[in-house]
Design a protein around this ligand. Structure first.
Ligand code: GDD
Ligand code: MN
Length: 367
């Protein structure tokens, strides 16, 4: 049996509901990379629109087409990372499956890597000759702010650090892979901020094209994940981003708690211990729902039964925290004559640490 020629370039293509794009994708890559031994690795997060079946057909017709199928998980960054981990070629490219990136610049990207002058080549929309196509003014502005933030965090001067279109050497990837944050959409930024030594970057301009089939998956949640990525890269070596998120939400919960407690105190009833208990209960429910949405969005509890069960376990676990919370607050308030707000706050701090540790274990335990 003839041995297939070894791929020089592995092209990793994340997909989520891209049934009507993947066939065309294989065609355009085949045309753009004519003469270059390459392979295509599609990483699909269990799309239900028939993407997987389409990929099986494509793979049957062309052995250069492979697929990694992930179940029960979502995330562009981790999809790209796991796709790359399944390859062995010395050079790797990452490109969207929706034909918005211009595959015709891939040979130029590869040629730059092969000279050895750069570790990473980025397809840029914001350098001479690049462009964002038909984006509306709002998205252009959001992208500009995010780009500026990214330059501050990653130690590289890139015109388009948010690009999802880039190529890199295996060595560059290996130098970063164990320290990646894996948060959200911005895998290039993550790699640049995580590599052991600063990576040598090059840019190639391209025009971002309009999406013809399927829908964009970019939404408000992506913005939150992006902020968490920045937090993780700035202070992630000290505390995990999840803890920061939990505490930030807890901080907002403190305002909820204090507003309720303050109102009762202003009313003059019920007794302080009851006021603090009610305020704790309301803050608890608030914290459960917001944490389920943001801190644990990747393991989010959905549906009536899982949410109810989650809320009950959260309340049960936090009740222990709340007993400590109320107990400490009451002792400080009644016993030591602390101000109502200082007593309330001390109770909350003790409760918060317990809550984070215990709910991570019981309410949102990793599968
Ligand atoms: N496996 C997997 N899992 N693939 C995903 C997921 C996911 O959770 N979410 C999105 N994708 C795939 C899509 O199927 C598509 O091929 C590609 O990732 C990009 O997703 P889009 O939803 O089309 O993103 P976009 O066009 O709005 O955003 C593009 O521009 C951004 C810069 O503003 C992407 O190139 C981003 O990477 C880029 O940062
Ligand atoms: Mn897109």
């Amino acid at each position: 049996m003839p041995i297939r020629q070894r791929a020089v370039l592995s092209v990793v293509i994340p997909t989520f509901n891209e049934r009507d794009n993947v066939g065309r994708m294989v065609e355009v890559l085949d045309a753009a990379l004519a003469g270059i031994p390459f392979e295509m690795v599609f990483v699909d997060d269990d799309s239900r629109d028939g993407t997987r079946e389409r990929l099986c057909e494509l793979s049957a017709a062309d052995p250069r087409v492979r697929m990694v199928h992930r179940i029960g998980r979502r995330g562009l960054s981790t999809a790209v990372v796991e796709g790359i981990l399944s390859t062995t070629a010395p050079f790797i490219a990452v490109i969207d499956a929706d034909l918005q990136h211009d595959e015709r610049v891939l040979p130029q990207m590869l040629a730059i890597l092969q000279t050895g002058d750069a570790d990473v080549v980025v397809g840029s929309r914001y350098t001479e000759g690049g462009g964002v196509g038909d984006w509306d003014a709002g998205r252009v502005r959001v992208s500009a702010v995010a780009t500026r933030l990214a330059r501050m965090v990653a130690r590289v001067k890139l015109t388009d650090p948010m690009s999802g279109f880039f190529a890199l050497t295996r060595e560059a990837f290996d130098s970063a892979v164990r320290d990646l944050s894996g948060q959200g959409y911005k895998i290039l930024l993550d790699i640049c901020a995580s590599s052991a030594a600063p990576l040598r970057m090059a840019e190639v301009p391209y025009q971002f094209r309009a999406r013809e089939a399927g829908d964009s998956k970019l939404d408000a949640m992506i913005v939150w994940e992006y902020l968490l990525l920045l937090v993780d890269k700035l202070i992630g070596h000290i505390v995990p981003a999840r803890f920061v998120s939990f505490m930030a939400i807890g901080g907002v919960g403190v305002f909820v708690h204090m507003a309720v407690l303050g109102s009762f105190v202003a009313l003059g009833q019920p007794a302080f211990i009851w006021a603090q208990s009610i305020a704790t209960g309301i803050a608890m429910v608030f914290n459960f729902f917001i944490n389920n949405l943001l801190t644990y969005r990747d393991r989010r509890l959905k549906g009536f039964v899982p949410v109810t069960r989650g809320l009950l376990s959260f309340v049960a676990v936090c009740s222990v925290g709340a007993i400590a919370n109320v107990g400490i607050a009451e002792v400080l308030f009644a016993g030591y004559r602390y101000a109502w707000w200082l007593a309330g706050l001390a109770g909350i701090v003790v409760g918060a640490f317990w809550n984070y540790a215990a709910t991570a274990l019981f309410t949102w335990k990793a599968k």
